[in-house]
Design a protein around this ligand. Structure first.
Ligand SMILES: Cc1cc2nc3c(=O)[nH]c(=O)nc-3n(C[C@H](O)[C@H](O)[C@H](O)COP(=O)(O)OP(=O)(O)OC[C@H]3O[C@@H](n4cnc5c(N)ncnc54)[C@H](O)[C@@H]3O)c2cc1C
Length: 285
């Protein structure tokens, strides 16, 4: 039986340095950003007695800024801040569309990119965009800083490769090599908002002057325990013209990279078919 909300000890650092010190001093404390995932657990009584590290006072991790290499997003930047940022809208539109697909306005106003990633749901809506933009996750602890490629960040359902005491501080997005010819973000859920994805896709496509594929990046969420780049499809498409036949072959390869399941939201068969349709429409333009 689930419990009811009880007492909670909250630590409130005022800077990144203080957050790191408190995190080291209180092993097992739970970082809290926007609280949109954590407070659900608290309401169910699952955090009773836990020590919470409230990061909301860490101003350094809020910024969304342009750099020479691309974009740096503080872990505490909200989905609404990403959605509305002019530079992100121009240079990283898939991230904007993904942020706009998380929950609805209330969740976007509070929920953060760092919280979405650290929560490690198989259905995190920002993940396919982070995968095709080849994001880098900057993490910090009392031992120092390190950068984890997004492709290596997740360890499984609701599991990350963060070491104990590590906090996500920033997410870096390198500029893509050039402007892609086509780009896509698509979330399929039961409703247009407040729906957990049955499948969620992001794609970037570069074509050469002869209309052959120079580079394809395509990622799917909700189709495996963690977000997946379709490496077999990407490799197969390289150097080819995207005819109907090539597209059909590419779609058949999808199941090499994903393993959808039947659950309360959808069936494996539906997830695969719809994802293949999204890929086919993207490749055929
Ligand atoms: C009604 C509702 C609808 C939702 N709809 C969607 C949706 O459509 N798509 C979607 O992807 N998600 C959805 N979510 C989930 C959630 O809103 C997002 O995952 C959100 O981005 C979480 O961010 P947060 O700042 O609120 O995280 P929090 O709840 O504060 O934290 C989430 C997890 O991350 C950890 N954490 C947070 N920040 C850090 C950090 N800097 N370093 C290390 N660990 C950290 C926390 O300890 C916790 O384990 C929904 C949630 C609700 C309640």
């Amino acid at each position: 039986m689930r419990g009811s909300p009880g007492s909670m000890t909250v630590l409130r650092p005022r800077s990144a340095a203080e957050a790191v010190i408190l995190c080291a001093k209180h092993p097992g404390c739970l970082p809290l950003a926007g609280g949109t995932d954590l407070m659900v657990l608290w309401n169910m009584g699952e955090l009773n007695g836990r020590r919470i590290l409230d990061l909301s006072g860490v101003a350094e991790w809020r910024a969304v800024r342009k750099t020479a290499a691309g974009l740096r997003v503080g872990a505490l930047a909200t989905h609404a801040e990403l959605r509305d940022d002019a530079f992100v809208r121009r240079e990283f539109p898939l991230l904007v569309q993904a942020a706009a697909a998380v929950g609805a306005a209330q969740i976007q106003n509070r929920g953060t990119l760092g919280g979405n990633i650290a929560n490690a749901s198989p259905a995190g809506d920002t993940f396919p965009a982070l995968a095709v933009y080849e994001a880098q996750i900057r993490v910090v602890s009392a031992k120092g800083e390190r950068v984890i490629p997004f492709s290596e960040f997740f360890a499984g359902v609701k599991k990350t490769n963060l070491a104990p005491g590590e906090l996500v501080s920033e997410i870096e997005f390198p500029f893509p090599p050039s402007r892609p010819r086509r780009q896509l973000f698509r979330k399929v859920g039961t409703r247009a908002a407040m729906a957990i994805s049955k499948t969620v896709a992001a794609g970037l496509l570069w074509l050469g002057p002869d209309h052959r594929v120079r580079e394809l990046r395509f990622a799917l969420g909700s189709m495996a325990p963690t977000v997946r780049r379709l490496r077999a499809v990407e490799e197969f498409a390289r150097g080819k013209r995207l005819t109907t036949e090539v597209t059909a072959q590419a779609c058949n390869l999808m199941s090499q990279d994903v393993c959808p399941i039947d659950d309360v939201r959808s069936t494996a068969e539906y997830r695969l078919r719809v994802s293949q349709n999204i890929l086919a429409a993207f490749l055929l333009g």
